[in-house]
Write a new protein. Structure first.
Length: 337
């Protein structure tokens, strides 16, 4: 049987390991830091990603663990007058990162070998196929493709509260203004419905304590929902990350190496589709390998390279618009609805 080594045990790596047929492949999953994240912030799972999960029998489990979001509201302030754009019938499922990882982890067959270690040189991996599912700072991409992601100069500050937000339970709200963005919505936590929140602006990475101190002052003129959320935020349930974007590769396949997920198309989070694209990458690749063997990598590239890069480019544009000084003008042109 063909041997496959997956580098990275996040969303993309686990989804691929769960899709690959144990009758057709000998699979090894290598992860340097196994386990689920400390802060249970939420992922949005769009319908196209839920359809992919349905093909491997996990869609119903995700619905059981998640919350359905039916509309999203973006509000900016133009000369003191509120301008709002609403997206109805969004039909997006929110699930915490730990819950999604656990769901995928449990679906991985027992036949998959697990290794807990850092991969420094992918050339040393003895496998017919090496899948880079090791994120935006992919060691495999760095060594084999010879490039690195671009730091956008923008930071994402994210956190959770154990209490629900003062808004409809199926709604996400996002506020744009003054080169800053703030989003808030529901989050299904083990003890009930809580709050998922995030902020983004042109700023460097720093500690959660320092980031919250800055945010409480910087967002003081935003609506009460924002200041109330930040006042209740705790550094222990807050994470801060620089936003990285990958460069456009000519190919996501090079010899025996294949890029999936953030290793292929690390993107700004402004469309909420990073986890979705990673899931679809992994499941499409797994299905192609199950059906066509090693030749399936070419089918995967044909189906997913342009799709992932289009979303990466669109997310980059959305980030620039949301953080621009002209964000409210964009919403005016789009028109409230």
């Amino acid at each position: 049987m063909a041997t496959i080594t997956i580098v990275g045990g996040g969303v993309a790596g686990l989804a691929l390991a769960a899709t690959l047929s144990p009758e057709a492949h000998t699979v090894t999953l290598v992860e340097r830091n196994p386990g689920y994240s400390r802060v249970p912030t939420a992922f949005g799972i769009w319908p196209f990603a839920l359809d992919a999960l349905d093909r491997i029998g996990l869609a119903d489990e995700l619905r059981a663990d998640g919350l359905m979001l039916t509309n999203g509201v973006i509000t900016a302030d133009a000369a003191g007058h509120p301008v709002t754009m609403t997206r109805r019938e969004a039909d997006t499922w929110l699930i915490t990162r730990p819950a999604l990882l656990e769901l995928l982890d449990h679906a991985v067959p027992d036949s998959v070998a697990r290794e807990n270690r850092q991969v420094d040189d992918p050339a040393e991996l003895r496998a017919d196929l090496v899948i880079a599912a090791d994120g935006a700072r992919s060691v495999v991409r760095s060594r084999v493709w010879g490039d690195a992601p671009r730091d956008t100069g923008v930071v994402a500050i994210r956190g959770i509260l154990t209490t629900a937000p003062a808004m409809p339970p199926d709604q996400m709200r996002e506020f744009w203004g003054g080169g800053k963005l703030f989003g808030v919505g529901p989050n299904r936590l083990p003890d009930g419905v809580g709050t998922n929140w995030y902020a983004s602006t042109r700023r460097g990475e720093e500690s959660p304590t320092d980031a919250l101190r800055w945010a409480r002052a910087a967002y003081a003129d935003f609506p009460d929902l924002v200041s109330t959320t930040l006042d209740a935020a705790d550094p222990d349930t807050t994470v801060v990350n620089a936003i990285l974007e990958s460069r456009r590769p000519r190919s996501v396949v090079r010899g025996r190496y294949v890029l999936i997920g953030d290793a292929a198309h690390a993107m700004s989070p402004n469309l909420g589709r990073g986890a979705c694209e990673a899931l679809v990458d992994a499941i499409v690749l797994g299905e192609a390998l199950n059906e066509h063997g090693m030749a399936g990598v070419r089918e995967y590239e044909q189906k997913r390279r342009r799709a992932g890069q289009r979303t990466r480019a669109a997310a980059s544009m959305a980030r620039r618009v949301a953080l621009s000084r002209r964000a409210s003008r964009v919403l005016v042109r789009l028109g409230p609805n």
